[in-house]
Design a protein around this ligand. Sequence first.
Ligand SMILES: NC(=O)C1=CN([C@@H]2O[C@H](COP(=O)(O)OP(=O)(O)OC[C@H]3O[C@@H](n4cnc5c(N)ncnc54)[C@H](OP(=O)(O)O)[C@@H]3O)[C@@H](O)[C@H]2O)C=CC1
Ligand SMILES: O=C1CO[C@H](CO)[C@@H](O)[C@@H]1O
Length: 316
Amino acid sequence: MATPLISLNNGMKMPAFGLGTWQAATGEVGEVVKQAIEAGYRMFDCAWLYSNEKEIGEGLREKINDGSVKREDLFVVTKLWNTFHRENEVVAACKESLKNFGLDYVDCYLIHWPCSQRLTGELNPTLPFANAVDDEYDFTKTWKGMEECVRLGLAKSIGLSNFNSQQVKRIMEKCTIKPVVNQIEVTPFLNQRKLIKFCNDLGIKIMAYSPLASPTRGWLKPGDLVLSFNDPKLLAIGNKYGKTGAQVVLRYVYQQSTIPIPKSSNAQRLKQNIDIFDFELTDEELRTIDQFNCGVRVCSAEDMINNSEYPFNFKE
Ligand SMILES: NC(=O)C1=CN([C@@H]2O[C@H](COP(=O)(O)OP(=O)(O)OC[C@H]3O[C@@H](n4cnc5c(N)ncnc54)[C@H](OP(=O)(O)O)[C@@H]3O)[C@@H](O)[C@H]2O)C=CC1
Ligand SMILES: O=C1CO[C@H](CO)[C@@H](O)[C@@H]1O
């Protein structure tokens, strides 16, 4: 079944589901991207930080060149890292991502975090906050650089990631070009109902990251909450529709009016994850899954807790 498309506030359309690529290993991610296209994925969530744009681009271009898909049917998202927030650094950062992909434009370019940082040593993509210090730089100026990317045709649209409602409001007050999305964590543990409504009321769609609650995140410690896809409540709902616990979770996240972007590098799970558009959870089933909501974040980026723009000190 085809992935539904949703309309953005600039008139563009975007697939309502996509593939996450953080921790999608080089050496295999190119194949994964090709398998994903065959399985029906048309939207790819990437980031300069993930250090795999080059191989993702190779996979995408191979499928364009062999006629499997047209460039205009793909929706490629990537993100500006924290250490390139200065207004005059943004265009160069976007161009670097485009060079990595081997593409002329991205469909959407996001500010990865509202927090600006400066490197004190070499960037370690798996520990990105290790050699970095806070840099008090106003993200509304960064946004001017993002707008320039649109004017230059490097990005068809621009958006935010990890912005809280007050930060979204500050962008809206200063922007000439509106953000089309805010990419935030949405899971059964953190259903984000208030922030989703706040953004949707402003015409900003929500991309839901770590929708499966990121079971293999590197910073997982013994005792941390892990979402079990074999939870009896999820299995009971899944049995009714012939779906797995993971599919029930993804459908729940989708029915929060969001665009889920689960990551998988496994051919079977790739197919399973996108196969959620032929059933609908009832209000009662949604309320059952609401019981998991406990405010726990899987991606709290606490290394940035002292940054003046750390988004999660403010509740919404
Ligand atoms: N803007 C931001 O700050 C952030 C953005 N993101 C984006 O969101 C994407 C998704 O989030 P992520 O943190 O990767 O976590 P997810 O919640 O998508 O979980 C991914 C993990 O779950 C496993 N998995 C996938 N499908 C299934 C399934 N059906 N059953 C069981 N296990 C499954 C994957 O393993 P396997 O590959 O073996 O299937 C992988 O280990 C990222 O890849 C990235 O693109 C993520 C974090 C922060
Ligand atoms: O996208 C992301 C994936 O993981 C990073 C941590 O290493 C996060 O900070 C980031 O937002």
